[in-house]
Design a protein around this ligand. Structure first.
Ligand code: SF4
Length: 398
């Protein structure tokens, strides 16, 4: 598996595959061909939801207004659901072509470049192998991360600082989100709407939802976020971790360790399945974020590796089949609320793992494979194309 730096990326929202990945591709193109002009055809999901996600504007921002961007949703036999076909022009003639794939979480692949060219730093690629290793060495998941990547403490500290900064900005912001859906920000209202006689459980729910809304709304507004594992699902992990810091008094150092543990689960999902909504639906984004958060929280509470696995497995299992159908191609409806619901589900998954310890029947490996197979079986209408589900019916209702 690759470094956790490839999983947790700091960048501008609203979409890791539709804005962050294309931005990285444009920067690479600009460096490769500083004098050239570019014709780019956005295909598949990039063609269908690229307008809403701002793919064309981010490409023009980097490559200049002379870049010609077209949308071709009819093209078939694509190497990936998020494909950009690039023609590089210099002195009036084509000097190169590239098929660039935005494979999720902000990562891009120039077709022909093997994914393995990004260094594989973790020698173990399945939870079973990692669990065996941890038991033999008497280590936790975060110990494992720091043993393989000794500089990760510094990187994850920066990630955590960014997560907190994004969350606080979102909690203080007002007004309507961009894109024309007229969705109002709700994080500040949720945060401030303490009810008289509110029980501790209701306050916990309200606060965690406020935190998840805050981060997801910042993402929808194009603010700086951390992919965890994607932009669309970036609110789940920080919401739960910030609540644990604020209300349960865990330290920043403990939370950095939890992010490391969560990162291993995210990396396993990315390596053995997918974290791309265009490839496997929202289960690959919000489901992955919930599973990561459950693992991180279980580690934060000092639960053993079997309980960590149980929590991560439960969190993913109950997102199986979750479709990606963003209204108008914007990362707003259903995405923002979905972050809040998944944050609460992660806590529930940890509680189940705690109450029912050692009764688990399904392994994390199996559930990750199941998610991938389910995602590949999903109709294209439910894989970030905005052609089915809520995206379709919402439009018909209006
Ligand atoms: S529905 Fe889920 S996968 Fe699709 S854009 Fe929204 S958060 Fe991402």
């Amino acid at each position: 598996m690759q470094s956790l730096k490839e999983l947790y990326r700091i960048g501008a929202g609203p979409s890791s595959s539709h804005s962050m990945g294309p931005e990285a591709a444009a920067i690479k193109l600009k460096n490769l061909y500083p004098e050239a002009k570019f014709k780019i055809t956005l295909c598949g999901s990039l063609a269908l939801t690229g307008k809403g996600h701002g793919t064309d504007s981010v490409l023009k921002k980097v490559l200049g207004e002379s870049a010609e961007i077209t949308f071709d949703s009819a093209r078939e036999n694509l190497p990936h659901p998020n494909t950009m076909l690039v023609s590089v022009l210099q002195d009036g003639r084509e000097i190169a072509t590239h098929a660039i794939l935005s494979v999720g979480g902000g990562r891009i692949v120039f077709q022909g470049e093997r994914i393995a060219e990004v260094a594989e730093v973790y020698p173990l690629n399945s939870f079973e192998e990692i669990k065996r290793h941890l038991k033999e060495e008497d280590m936790s998941l975060s110990d494992y991360v720091f043993s393989v990547e000794p500089d990760m403490n510094e990187y994850l500290t920066a990630v955590w600082e960014q997560m907190k900064a994004t969350l606080k900005e979102g909690l203080n912001a007002d007004g309507e989100l961009p894109g024309g859906l007229h969705v109002m920000r709700k994080a500040k209202y949720l945060w401030q709407s303490k009810h008289i006689g509110e029980t501790e459980e209701i306050a916990e729910n309200r606060m965690i939802c406020a935190f998840a809304f805050a981060v997801a709304e910042q993402n929808a507004a194009g603010g700086t976020v951390v992919t965890a594992p994607t932009c669309g699902s970036c609110g789940v992990l920080p919401a739960v971790m910030y609540y644990m810091k604020k209300q349960r008094k865990f330290t920043d150092e403990q939370i950095v360790r939890a992010l490391a543990a969560a990162g291993i689960v995210g990396n396993l999902i990315k390596t053995n399945a997918s974290i791309s909504g265009a490839e496997c639906g929202c289960q690959a984004e919000i489901g992955a974020a919930c599973s990561m958060t459950a693992a991180g929280l279980a580690e934060l509470y000092g639960m053993d590796i079997e309980q960590v696995e149980y929590a991560a497995e439960v969190a993913m299992e109950h997102h199986l089949g979750l479709t990606c159908d963003p209204v108008n191609g914007l990362v707003q409806i259903p995405c923002i609320e979905r972050n809040a619901v998944a944050a609460m589900r992660a806590i529930n998954a940890v509680n189940i793992a705690n109450f029912l310890t050692y009764t688990r029947k399904v392994s994390l490996n199996t559930i990750i494979t199941t998610m991938y197979e389910t995602g590949r079986d999903l109709s294209g209408r439910y894989r970030e194309t905005s052609e089915g589900g809520l995206a379709k019916l919402y439009k018909e209702e209006k």
